[in-house]
Design a binder for this molecule. Structure first.
Ligand code: N2P
Length: 393
């Protein structure tokens, strides 16, 4: 029997070095390794035993919830479309080894890109991971299907705040992946250590001008600019949005650009000194460059939960449910969360995480931190996307 887990030499031969992220550029190389790991498992025809860090596997299920026949390799696929730099390098190979399924893992880096892709017509994705504030839009557009909760018993591991939500009470359509905040990633040595306000981003100094980036994501860009300008982060007032557009356009000569993925490497390389950023991404840059820090500005910011959903018409919904169940295991949550430095929605995972992560208020902010969740639906979605289009054109 082939055992999956860190002691498995055969599987480990297929592993990329542990520090490699499944990011924008590294993706293809890692994908090759993942396919190789899956192919090895599949060709061997085994159902792997469990290593110490692997949860028990449940029986394979097909899309209708019946046991998967296992006859055709096409049934044994799972196509995941997730954010870049949002998973460790062991979870997919171990899942493949434990389940004898083969995973195709593809990445994007903005909700706007994901929604445009899903609206454009059918895809073959089994799992997508939009942000919570987009869920009502996915539901209204009929883009996601109801989950077979009986196939996801580990839903009981979720903390209550991720179950009793306004966007999907009772997790009928979504399963949280990880959560985080939007803030500022900055270089303490080259940009100054006293960054506490959005002004550090929106009023570049002589030292930082030209080395500042904003998020390439309408939601975060517009909401945080509204906060900086003293408006409601949920405003749909034409005058407020016109002010946002005018202000950010006037800032463009001092910007390096708009990005929602490359800033990790750019912060790490001292190419970007101040970046509007998502929390865990900045800690991933900090792993490579100790001068990099993260702050949630004192004026307030945003909190998000990225949630796994199954698109309508997904070819392998049973396999998708199986992956969701796997990811909700505390050991798997801890592995992912430790690696990406985002918050876990499963508190049972916290004892398995380094205490410097679980006690870091930048990862798990206290309740007193001013954090809003902005909704992205209907007219607001349309208005904000128009404003965003005028900013970046
Ligand atoms: C991961 C970014 C995920 C947060 N790189 C965006 N919702």
């Amino acid at each position: 029997m082939v055992r999956a887990g860190k002691e498995d030499p055969e599987l480990n031969m297929l592993m990329p070095p542990p520090e490699r992220r499944v990011g924008r550029r590294s993706f293809l190389q890692v994908a090759g390794l993942l396919v190789a790991a899956g192919a090895a498992g599949y060709a061997g025809g085994y159902v792997a035993g469990m290593g110490d860090d692997d949860p028990p596997a449940t029986a394979p299920v097909a899309g209708d919830g019946q046991p998967a026949p296992g006859s055709s390799p096409g049934d044994r696929l799972l196509n995941i479309y997730n954010w870049s730099d949002y998973i460790d390098d062991r979870t997919i190979p171990l899942f493949q080894a434990v389940t004898n399924l083969r995973v195709n893992y593809d990445v994007y880096s903005s909700n706007d890109d994901l929604l445009a892709r899903m609206r454009a017509g059918p895809t073959n994705y089994d799992i997508i991971v939009p942000t919570n504030n987009f869920v009502p839009t996915y539901l209204n557009l009929g883009l996601i299907q109801r989950l077979r909760q009986d196939l996801i018993p580990n839903l009981t591991n979720l903390d209550r705040e991720f179950v009793e939500t306004d966007y999907d009470p009772g997790n009928r359509y979504t399963v949280p992946w990880q959560w985080g905040t939007t803030g500022i990633g900055f270089n303490r040595r080259l940009a100054g250590a006293n960054v506490s306000s959005w002004a550090a981003l929106f009023e570049p100094s002589a030292a930082t001008a030209g080395r500042v980036t904003l998020l390439r994501e309408a939601n975060d860009l517009i909401a945080c600019t509204l906060i900086y300008l003293g408006k409601s982060p949920n405003s749909t007032e034409d005058a407020d949005l016109a002010e946002v557009v005018k202000f950010v356009r006037s800032l463009k000569p001092k910007l390096k650009g708009f990005t929602s993925d490359t800033y990790i490497d750019e912060l790490a390389a001292n190419e970007t000194l101040v970046a509007q950023a998502w929390s865990g991404d900045v800690f991933q840059a900090q792993d490579q460059n100790p001068d990099v820090s993260y702050v949630i500005p004192k004026e307030g910011s945003l909190r998000f939960v990225d949630v796994m959903c199954i698109p309508k018409g997904a070819p392998h919904p049973g396999n998708a449910a199986r992956f969701m169940n796997y990811v909700l295991h505390p050991k798997v949550q801890a592995r992912i969360s430790k690696y990406v430095s985002y918050g876990t929605p499963v508190s049972l995972a916290k004892p398995l995480l380094p205490s410097d992560q679980t006690t870091d208020p930048a990862i798990y902010p206290p309740a007193s931190t001013k954090l809003s969740i902005v909704t992205m639906t209907g007219l607001k979605l349309q208005k904000w996307q128009e404003a965003y289009g005028q900013i970046v054109k």
